[in-house]
Write a protein that binds this ligand. Sequence first.
Ligand code: NAD
Length: 331
Amino acid sequence: MKVAVFSTKSYDRQFLEPEAKNCGHEMVFFEPRLTFETSPLAAGFPAICVFVNDKLDEKTLSAIANGGTRLIALRSAGYNNVDLAAARNLGLTVVRVPAYSPHAVAEHTVALILALNRKIHRAYARVREGNFSLDGLLGFDLYERTVGIVGTGKIGAIVAKILNGFGCNLLAYDTKPNPDCEALGVKYVELSELFASSDIVSLHCPLTDETYHLIDADVLNQMKKGVMVINTSRGALIDTEAAIAALKSGKLSYLGLDVYELETDLFFEDLSNSIIQDDVFERLLTFPNAIVTGHQAFFTENALTNIAQTTISNITDFEQGRICPNEVSTS
Ligand code: NAD
């Protein structure tokens, strides 16, 4: 099948191309993000392959459907960037990679917790400058601290397992509690209790209308003074301006983000020679107790191998008219 791949980076080509060749698919790699403006690139391709910051709104979907596209193969788990109702009306099939390495994201989550707590980012810079003072580097033992996990699906459950190993007390909130977490001793509580009782809050639920700005000024006020908030899920789960206000007031003592609500114009690109125009993002970077990584939690060899294999197998299922287990329901 002929597939137009959008938002291509060298690593996408490296992992996708050999898998595609093995299955007889022809992949054409485009660097631009898919938007309405770039949608003509998809003309004549029965399938397109997209990533998290490609914008599949109604206008773009109509354009690609008119150009002959029938399949949207997401090389991601999340699909909040696709207007599913519009895709259904246009007869477009949407497939995704539901799990490629929940370990990759869970381990990055724990990396952010540890780095923030022990100020590894500051220590690294200091020691390189010959400054061996410990002032400002004081951390705390994770042992017996309370961690609240919002969303205990594949990733949240692994975070729980790892932090259980550190001896943390684990609270969780999920619309569907996970029996594996319950067996581990995770205590499911209401969100308000989780926010009020946790020393660390880590977000692992999807971005939906319901979870948009789940962490806003009100919620930050309900949290313990000195709380740590980690988000490796989707940026818009947090109202960034409210988080900045809480960092300024000292209510929030640590913020670890791998995702940012306006990341689309920033992440995955080298902007080191540009002046970044997003003042909210720039303010975030001024805090010594905030760490931002550029949506890299998934970025391991294992995950990229799994993403390539599942994406190609999804495309083959569609081409051969088989039911694809990874089809996103558009109903
Ligand atoms: P999953 O579907 O296995 O788990 C999500 C969990 O959230 C489920 O248990 C679900 O019941 C729960 N949930 C749904 N609505 C909720 C709500 N309103 N409140 C609380 N819980 C709710 O997904 P996953 O594989 O664990 O991924 C979690 C999120 O991580 C994804 O939605 C995606 O946005 C994000 N993600 C980020 C990266 C990255 O590189 N940073 C990579 C992969 C996934």
